[in-house]
Design a protein around this ligand. Structure first.
Ligand SMILES: NC(=O)c1ccc[n+]([C@@H]2O[C@H](COP(=O)([O-])OP(=O)(O)OC[C@H]3O[C@@H](n4cnc5c(N)ncnc54)[C@H](O)[C@@H]3O)[C@@H](O)[C@H]2O)c1
Length: 381
């Protein structure tokens, strides 16, 4: 079987952090085209990861015109996901687009329609689903340990952690701040664990309190973890934290919290900022500190706890597998070869984006957002 030929549009942080290393470890893949507005980034990627004849571009349309390319990864700022993904699907390519699917619900809907129109595959880069603790949590839920999950908390909180590379604090390029950037992971994960995508209504608030107020000197003094540099408060124009209350059609509720900057007392470690809490009729679970704590029936203390590979003895059939970045690539390449199914469906990612969009709307207009019974789309009036 011929190798699958893959092109990459956007050669910045996530391309180098996840997509290039992840795809380079897969068999039967030619990483043959690289595009970035900054040509040096495309050239560097082609040199490090490309086939000997890999091509570089600054205009993604030229990359898409190459009929030998089977699939592309869309790794640009959020606002460009829709246009580039639709163009790629129309050009006959399968697409792995980074999260969030799009900056707005309307864009994400157009992407779904393009997928349906072209019959090409479309998936979104929600790799948190592959983390060991989240795989275990999924198995625990699916095996019925929790009973009916009726309440969840989806959390991605940084006390101080505003991304200072790229264009993350520019609303016109990203569509929003921490809610759309990291809240999107927490929400995707929670919907996935609950396997519940039927939303009744959403109420939310986004806060613009600290992003523009803190001067760089002050940022460095407030328990800043040093993971990220100080951000530029003069150009900051997105929210710094947000909360959402999501009511599902079956009565279940998800409370979503996301922040890049918030004055919470606790400082979560760099790897412990994203976690989910699930409450069911038989038991509860949380994934704090990258482990699964499960409280089965009603007990004062968790009855089982797993950390990393200690999971295996307790969950038959569970395999920790490769790192999330290569797991995502492995599943994607299998699907491209016709040997497997997509794991993150565009329909699931669309639901995440429509909820986030509705939270922003709810915050701006100070009212709940319901979803159309027939189309499932948010009702904005
Ligand atoms: N899955 C994750 O955990 C994760 C983590 C970080 C970022 N992301 C997502 O990845 C995307 C990119 O983020 P990043 O951190 O890599 O940002 P980045 O700024 O580091 O990289 C984006 C790159 O895209 C290029 N670009 C912009 N517009 C382009 C266009 N029209 N054509 C070609 N290239 C273009 C930029 O020059 C830049 O090099 C965002 O949507 C972000 O949400 C996902």
């Amino acid at each position: 079987m011929a190798n699958v030929r893959v092109g990459f549009i956007g050669c910045g942080g996530i391309a180098n952090g996840k997509h290039f290393p992840g795809m380079s470890t897969q068999e039967g893949v030619d990483m043959c085209a690289f595009c970035d507005l900054i040509i040096e980034r495309a050239e560097k990627a082609a040199k490090e990861y490309g086939t000997p004849d890999a091509k570089v571009y600054t205009d993604y349309k030229e990359l898409l015109a190459d009929p030998t390319i089977d699939a592309v990864h869309v790794l640009t700022p959020n606002i460009a996901h829709c246009e580039i993904t639709i163009a790629a699907l129309e050009a006959g390519k399968h697409v792995l687009c980074e999260k969030p699917m799009a900056a707005t619900e309307a864009d994400a809907k157009k992407m779904l329609e393009a997928r349906d129109r072209t019959g090409k595959m479309l998936t979104i880069g929600y790799q948190y689903r592959h983390f060991a603790e989240n795989q275990v949590a999924k198995k625990v839920v699916d095996d019925g340990w929790l009973g009916d999950v009726y309440y969840a908390e989806a959390t991605y909180l940084r006390r101080r952690g505003v991304p200072t590379w790229g264009v993350f604090t520019d609303k016109s390029k990203q569509g929003g701040g921490p809610l759309i950037d990291i809240g999107t992971h927490a929400l995707d994960l929670t919907l996935f664990l609950m396997n519940n995508y039927d939303v009744e209504y959403v109420v939310g608030t986004s806060f613009e309190k600290l992003g523009t107020l803190l001067d760089p000197e002050h940022q460095g003094q407030v328990n800043h973890r040093g993971e990220f540099d100080n951000w530029n408060n003069e150009t900051y124009d997105v929210e710094d934290s947000a909360v959402g209350h999501i009511k599902m059609k079956n009565g279940a509720v998800i409370n979503l919290r996301a922040s890049w900057a918030i004055n919470m007392a606790e400082e979560y470690g760099a790897n412990n900022q994203a976690f989910t809490m699930l409450a069911g009729t038989k038991g509860g679970l949380d994934t704090k500190e990258n482990r699964v704590r499960l409280n089965h029936v009603v007990a004062a203390q968790p009855t089982i706890s797993w950390v990393g590979n200690k999971v295996q003895p307790y969950i038959p059939g569970f395999s920790q597998g490769p790192a999330p970045k290569s797991k995502e690539a492995e599943i994607w390449v299998k699907a491209l070869k016709g040997e497997g199914e997509l794991f993150v469906t565009a329909d699931q990612a669309y639901t995440v984006t429509k909820i986030l969009d509705a939270i922003y709307y709810s915050s701006k207009h100070n009212k709940p957002v319901y979803f159309d019974e027939v189309t499932g789309r948010p009702i904005y009036d």
